[in-house]
Design a protein around this ligand. Sequence first.
Ligand SMILES: NC(=O)C1=CN([C@@H]2O[C@H](COP(=O)(O)OP(=O)(O)OC[C@H]3O[C@@H](n4cnc5c(N)ncnc54)[C@H](O)[C@@H]3O)[C@@H](O)[C@H]2O)C=CC1
Ligand SMILES: O=C(O)CCC(=O)C(=O)O
Length: 238
Amino acid sequence: IPIFQLQTWELIHRTMAWIFDEYSKFHGHSPAVVTGKPIDLGGSLGRDAATGRGVMYATEALLAEYGKSISGSTFVIQGFGNVGSWAAQLIHEKGGKVIALGDVSGTIRNKAGIDVPALMKHRNEGGQLKDFHGAEVMDASELLVHECDVLLPCALGGVLNRENAPDVKAKFIIEAANHPTDPEADEILTKKGVVVLPDIYANAGGVIVSYFEWVQNIQGFMWEEEKVNMELHKYMNS
Ligand SMILES: NC(=O)C1=CN([C@@H]2O[C@H](COP(=O)(O)OP(=O)(O)OC[C@H]3O[C@@H](n4cnc5c(N)ncnc54)[C@H](O)[C@@H]3O)[C@@H](O)[C@H]2O)C=CC1
Ligand SMILES: O=C(O)CCC(=O)C(=O)O
């Protein structure tokens, strides 16, 4: 099944709309043949936030298993694109403290907690992370080994490897990116007692809401965003 990775939603929506349109020319109106469509062509409400929201639900459920919560925990996030920025916002809304964050435009930290909505505004106005006033700039190589309760790699695969795994200080790693932990790092982290939540579950929110998009297309009925989020919560917790 073809799917875009590491692209803007604008490009994803445009391409999915084109595939839907081309297919429909030959087979009649067929919105269910492709997901990730723009809302007015049969896309699902809540899809843009879905992966980050699923990451937040997965984090919440994992911490609860250990008698902890998002609101009492500190977070370090690599990547501030679709997955990372939604995960950061939703974790911030739940009272979690995002103390360090990085993307290709910079790596920043604030022990008191980064004001994520202010950082979103800065980013949406075209600002680079390194120029954000509410945090200090740090070395990118220190991000994944920064002190924190929960580490969320939300960028590339293979970023945790045998070089940096011995220095990881997080107690929990949520694999929000696809395969961010390589097999050698997995072994090292397990020996250290770090709990690694696998990507196949942790970042499944996107593919789950893509499934909901298909279901809505088949039903010929559009769900409210609250229903999408509620169903996602149910799937992530079942
Ligand atoms: N968007 C989705 O629905 C899903 C995405 N994923 C995975 O999550 C990860 C992120 O995807 P998106 O957020 O959609 O991509 P995106 O393109 O929106 O964001 C990627 C982010 O990673 C940052 N980044 C890239 N290289 C970096 C580096 N060397 N160091 C630090 N930051 C770096 C970019 O600056 C950007 O902030 C990928 O591994 C993707 O395969 C997995 C499931 C669903
Ligand atoms: O929306 C989808 O179907 C795929 C989500 C995605 O990008 C992934 O699971 O890596």
